[in-house]
Ligand binder design. Structure first.
Ligand SMILES: Cc1ncc(COP(=O)(O)O)c(C=O)c1O
Length: 383
């Protein structure tokens, strides 16, 4: 199998991740609850995961980092917790995933939120000035997908934060955490949401949200926290306030090991490797007759290792099926939970075929994929 679906979830996971999860499963896991030795060990595992993520993002305070089951929950905790009100104005990029677009669409319908969408430029990139000129006194929030899971476009997050000043920025780092160096983000970002199972190399069921000092988020769920148990009022301090219920010790053991692995290798090195494969792939598919690259093309550096294409005569799912059947290549077809992006890129509703490279892919994988695309283009298939 040649796995080129790392934007969906990364594969393989480093052996360290598998070992950490297995070891955690071999002990009772009740972090922050019981006082016996295995429970204390489980608490240390969670603490280790918090420390590792804090290093990755350069966070000043890891108690303001909360763990969640995935970034969809992290983004919902942020969007629902900020207390958006009727008439508030929210800006987002046009390259949002449904995990921010659907909550925003719901607010738009239910509380008349004024949601304004900022499109990419002709180079498929999101620009800081386009947010700045749309700011209004009632702008409460800017929502930004750090890198599109369709086009691979990497947004200039720091420049956008500089352009919007004190307006809060909610960053969806699903496609960048672990793939793009972010070690200074803790110095300027307001709300960073991430998921554990993509470039952070952890298991599914893990994710989190970092909340800068000064932001109070109203919890969307309350319950057992292992703290202030005498009270029927849920704790109001972080991380307990936003982490109701028993934590996913097993998953977080794996996430900590994945992040430790990345810190050891160096995210710069991961990025360099993934960009080498991506640029090679782009340069070698760009001239295939009938093929259109949906997003930044060869030589454009503001991107991540996700390349979507449309091939004349092929539906995205037929192409994915032919790649799997004929070449053992796994990719993702369709709309990638990002209909807005496809609308902006002119690929709605058919979608596109998405190739996404990870740290463990090789140049040979990229070569095989480019060759396969070229052969399929010549085969003259009609969908
Ligand atoms: C940009 C982006 N945001 C959010 C998500 C949602 O991730 P999860 O399913 O882990 O919550 C994804 C997943 O594909 C994504 O690519």
């Amino acid at each position: 199998m040649i796995y080129l679906d790392n934007a969906a979830t990364s594969f393989p996971k480093p052996p360290e991740v598998i070992k950490a999860i297995t070891e955690a499963l071999l002990a009772p896991a009740s972090p922050g609850r019981s006082g016996h030795a295995p429970a204390l060990k489980a608490s240390r595992i969670i603490h280790g995961a918090r420390k590792a993520i804090a290093r990755l993002f350069g966070l000043p305070d890891n108690s303001r980092l909360v763990f969640t089951p995935n970034i969809t929950w992290s983004l919902n905790i942020a969007l629902n917790g900020l207390g958006l009100k009727p008439g508030d104005h929210v800006l987002s990029s046009a390259l949002e995933h449904n995990s921010t677009a659907r909550p925003l669409a719901r607010f738009q319908k239910e509380i008349c939120l004024d949601w304004e969408i900022v499109g990419p430029g002709p180079d498929h990139l999101i620009r800081a000035e386009d947010f700045k000129v749309r700011l209004r006194p009632e702008t409460r929030l800017v929502v930004l997908n750090h890198a599109s899971n369709v086009t691979g476009s990497l947004a200039p997050a720091k420049a956008i934060k500089e352009a919007i000043g004190s307006t809060p920025l909610l960053l969806d780092a699903a496609q960048t955490a672990g793939a793009v160096p972010m070690a200074d983000y803790g110095q300027w970002a307001d709300l960073i949401a991430f998921t554990g199972h993509k470039a952070l190399l952890g298991p599914t069921g893990t994710g989190g949200l970092w909340i800068k000092e000064g932001f109070e988020l109203r919890p969307i769920a309350v319950g057992g926290s292992g703290s202030r148990s005498e009270s029927l009022v849920h704790p109001d301090f972080l991380p307990d306030s936003l982490e109701p219920g028993t934590a996913n010790t097993h998953g977080l053991a794996g996430l900590a090991a994945g992040v430790e692995f990345l810190l050891k290798v160096g995210v710069d090195k991961v990025r360099q490797h993934e960009m080498e494969l991506t640029q090679w792939f782009l340069a070698n598919i760009v001239d295939i007759p009938g093929l259109t690259i949906i997003g930044p093309g060869p030589g454009q550096e503001s991107r991540v290792a996700t390349v979507s294409v449309v091939l004349d005569g092929w539906s995205s799912s037929d192409l994915a099926g032919a790649l799997e059947k004929g070449y053992g290549i796994m990719i993702r077809s369709g709309l990638h939970c990002a209909p807005l992006t496809h609308q902006f890129m002119g690929t709605f509703p058919g979608g596109a075929s998405r190739f996404s490279f990870g740290y463990f892919n090789t140049l040979e994988d990229a070569r095989t994929a480019a060759q396969a695309l070229s052969e399929l283009a010549q085969s003259g298939h009609k969908a």
